[in-house]
Design a protein around this ligand. Sequence first.
Ligand code: UD1
Ligand code: MG
Length: 457
Amino acid sequence: MLNDAAVVILAAGQGTRMKSRMAKVLHGAGGKPLVRQAIDTALEIAPPERIFVVVGYQADRVRAEVEAAGAGAIHQAEQLGTGHAVLCGEDRLARLGGRLIVFVGDCPLIRAATLEELAETQRRSGAAAAVITTDVDDPTGYGRIVRGAGGDIEEIVEQKAATPAQLAVREINSGIFCFDSGALWKHIREIRPDNAAREYYLTDMVSILIRAGRRVAALKVPDSNELLGINDRMQLAAADRILRERKIRQLMLDGVTIEKPETVTVDTGVKIGMDTVIGPFVQITGDTAIGENCRVGASSIIDRSILGDNVEVFPFSMISGSTLDAGAHVGPFARLRMGAHLGEGAHVGNFVELKKTRLGAGSKSMHLAYLGDSTIGEKVNIGAGTITCNYDGHKKHATTIGNGVFVGSNSTLIAPVELEEGAYIGAGSVINHKVPAKALALGRSRQVNKEGWNRRK
Ligand code: UD1
Ligand code: MG
């Protein structure tokens, strides 16, 4: 944490090069919108009340992300350039004093530690500003760092304004600055839109401060990946890959076994406990949290779900928005969705679907079933082929099944219906009335045998 710094993230642009109807910063990498990724990094160095995001294009949608993260939004009605974007926040930012870290919202790979190093570079050198730079093989599209004879940075020249000699420079501007707040606000109005794009470039602050007799420092980082700016979908895919590689690496360092890690997709917001084993081709997304000593079998997909310790998910299962208590077993080929909840040690087997259904501790539904809008107690056995008919074409209805109920195979439970504790349903039954506790219900026609029928035919 930096105690005297505020952060402003520039995210008002459309991002024309994305060729998208959606604002660039709403596109996701590592399972999060770019703007959210930027805010989460900022939150590692500053408290939310000192983090601001400049919004403009699709402001309402971007603002919703900003506010959900607890940061403040600054409105830039017209996108006149990165310098103008910062200026839009003057009345809220200038009075904070101290230092202002400015960074572009399309740079999701930057690490908090690098931002801290930038702030330290600025402080130690007493410079009015410090900027992060790096050398890249292909600098196309980035602003170039122009250094003087002594090696100090003199100016940043944008691609469109650069001379052929400047275009050959491989040291680029990350778009990430740490300003001494006083110096920034004293001089920011000197930025002029005197360039081909008619934009107010924040990068012009470098030459403006130097002209005013101040120093500008540069922090050159060795890992150019960290500074990858997202302007098109190729770069978006590259950032997504790197964020996920980092995540997988961190999980492994924290004690999670990941088989064939190059095939596994994990969002950056996921948590996984020690000694859990993740099989090949698994996808774990959203804010999923998985406990210790679990197993997630090959090709399973788990989204926005909570798994306790010792849970087993067999291959090819799909779990979304659900909760699995400790020791539950699921799959292979199972589907749990929309608030499904498995109690401790409950088992769900192949080709079973649960929707908005609670299956109590120790209960089992091992094969071929659909259980929707149901509350199922403990130690219940749901036979193969059981279906809850929860939908009458207009409305959904609930099924309630008490503790210790046995539902024979291929039963049809027409909701709303209740099977009281310890009830026993004969196989092949159609049940549309309440079954009292401990009763046997048979909802099927009797078998008829016609002796010798096939001999006569
Ligand atoms: C910018 C830098 C460039 C740097 C590169 C690093 C400037 C002038 N150029 O170029 O030197 O190498 O980032 O990735 O700063 N934005 C606003 N309001 C505006 C314009 C932009 O909020 O009026 C936001 C955008 O939403 C985006 C960020 O600022 O998140 C950067 O804008 P972008 O158009 O991507 O700038 P680059 O051309 O990448
Ligand atoms: Mg950019």
